[in-house]
Design a protein around this ligand. Structure first.
Ligand code: DLZ
Length: 158
């Protein structure tokens, strides 16, 4: 990921980033598939809205959120991929599985991002209930897929 040093006087909070030639990889977990599909659609639509070409947006699925890290690594290692967006939904259960998964993914995708010097975005919805997850997948708290796409674009303008 190449970057240029920006003088403070160049700063604007709505800085335009040209993503017309950028390639994006979406890694989407299949657990809670209806919700993760909605996150992926939000990310896809947002990338298009900001100028990405549909043929430059790739989507791979993984079984559950725990596998997002390896999925991210497999996409990030492609030189032509500029940014990866990981999308999953982890619902709290009776055990601590949600804690283990979320921590593993957070540190796993951080490592992938640093290893390949590319934005790898944490688009994991972690909630107590399915209803709260829907609230964050096009409901009253927005769509984490949209936010993930915006974060990726922002980082590409770094
Ligand atoms: C096993 C499991 C459980 C209990 N809950 C979720 C979840 O809420 N969200 C999710 O994305 N994945 C879950 N998984 C699956 C794990 O992420 C993983 O796919 C399996 O443990 C196999 O490694």
């Amino acid at each position: 990921m190449a970057t240029s040093l920006k003088n403070l006087s160049d700063y604007t909070s709505d800085h335009f980033v040209d993503i017309s030639e950028k390639r994006f990889g979406l890694v989407v977990a299949e657990w809670n598939r209806e919700i993760t599909d909605t996150l992926a659609q939000g990310a896809f639509d947002t990338l298009l809205k900001h100028g990405a070409k549909p043929e430059n947006i790739f989507r791979n699925t993984v079984p559950g959120s725990f596998e997002l890290t390896l999925g991210a690594q497999l996409l990030a290692q492609h030189e032509e991929i500029d940014a990866v967006i990981c999308l999953g939904v982890v619902i709290q259960g009776e055990t601590k599985h949600d804690d283990y998964i979320c921590h593993a993914v957070a540190s796993g995708i951080t490592n992938v991002s640093l290893k390949f010097n590319k934005p790898v975005i944490f688009g994991l919805v972690t909630t107590n209930t399915l209803e709260q997850a829907w609230d964050r997948a096009g409901g009253k708290h927005g769509n984490k897929g949209v936010e993930g796409a915006v974060a990726a674009i922002h980082m590409l303008g770094f």
